[in-house]
Design a protein around this ligand. Structure first.
Ligand code: BTN
Length: 332
């Protein structure tokens, strides 16, 4: 057993015994190490933020384990595919970069990479995703859907549905989805999803689903243009006088991963139609005049529907219809 494994085994035992204490002697016997070694592991857990009580009479007792890290996220999940293993970094360049590297090395489906902050968080269309410490949820999931590459858009739409449901459930705030997968609150972005794919012509090797949620951030903390275009759950709640159901990052990310697991399993079981129906329920794009900005240029149109494979169907001013597969849509 590696020393970090031992540390988390000790933590697991303290959790099992909670609210009771475990004596140093019992821990030492169970893990076959000295009481001094146990004491060092306990101190190391404390430095990670766990609140533990130590007394020479009764031993060690866990008081609070609501820490935002891989072990706590993993232990709260009861998912089938997503989050069986969760890796946490205090700081990383980009969770998508790391997940892609691991996926190339055969990383397992469902592996989740979470970061406390990102120095080079990436957004869609080559943009930057501002990822300061403590104020957001930043993670990526490796998926290996047995699908042709052209069907992948549905997974991105499903991810937007999953995050919307989790946010609504955890905070009571209902986001709107702007096609394909931006989550908005009163027109300002609270969550973005970056899906990256590695595929052959007819087969997906893996996709990395990267999700960033602005959680605890005041309006004035957003730099430059973002102050006008972005918001966070707490900023939105404060502006609207809402008593946000205080979810905490730990519970919110667990809810998001649980919902993601549901929608992903639904898709694998052929339940795409139900997902698209839910997407439409959250949509703030359909039924609106939009400006489409795609590689082939910009045009104005009316957003009518989405196709089974997630393309946006728009009606142009000359009455013709176009399917938009990628690019950016702004609501007019
Ligand atoms: C967008 O709306 O432009 C997509 C933003 C995606 C941001 C997330 S944060 C976690 C993951 N790692 C990244 O570098 N990007 C995604």
């Amino acid at each position: 057993m590696q020393s970090s494994d031992k540390k988390y085994e000790i933590l697991r035992m303290l959790k099992e015994k909670y609210p009771d204490a475990v004596s140093g002697e019992e821990l030492s016997r169970r893990f076959n190490i000295s009481r001094t070694a146990i004491w060092k592991y306990i101190n190391s857990l404390k430095s990670e933020g766990y609140v533990l009580e130590a007394s020479s009479r009764v031993g060690y007792r866990l008081i609070d384990s609501s820490i935002y890290n891989g072990c706590e996220i993993e232990s709260r999940l009861e998912t089938d595919i997503i989050g069986k293993k969760v890796v946490y970094f205090e700081k990383i360049d980009s969770t998508n970069n790391y997940a892609k590297k691991i996926a190339m090395e055969n990383g397992q489906e469902g592996l989740v990479i979470v970061a406390g902050s990102q120095s080079q968080g990436r957004g869609r269309l080559g943009r930057v995703w501002d990822s300061p410490e403590g104020s957001g949820i930043y993670f990526s999931v490796i998926l290996r859907p047995p699908m042709p590459p052209e069907d992948i858009q549905v997974i991105t739409l499903a991810a937007a549905v999953a995050v919307s449901r989790a946010i609504e459930k955890a905070t009571g705030i209902k986001p709107g989805i702007k096609w394909p997968n931006d989550l908005l609150l009163d027109g300002r972005k609270v969550c973005g999803i970056l899906t990256e794919m590695n595929s052959e012509i007819d087969r997906v090797n893996f996709i990395v689903l990267g999700i960033g949620i602005n959680y605890l951030r005041q309006k004035e903390d957003f730099p430059g243009e973002l102050a006008k275009t972005a918001t966070s759950l707490t900023a939105y709640a404060a502006e609207n006088g809402l008593g946000i159901k205080e979810a905490g990052r730990l519970l919110l990310i667990c809810d998001v991963l649980t919902e993601l697991d549901h929608v992903y399993r639904d898709i694998l079981a052929g339940g795409t139609e139900a997902i698209l129906k839910k997407w439409k329920d959250y949509s703030v794009t359909l039924g609106r005049e939009v400006k489409v900005i795609s590689a082939s240029g910009e045009f104005h149109a009316f957003a009518e529907d989405i196709t089974q494979d997630g393309k946006l169907v728009v009606k142009c001013s000359d009455g013709s219809r176009r399917m938009v597969q990628s690019g950016e849509v702004s609501i007019r």
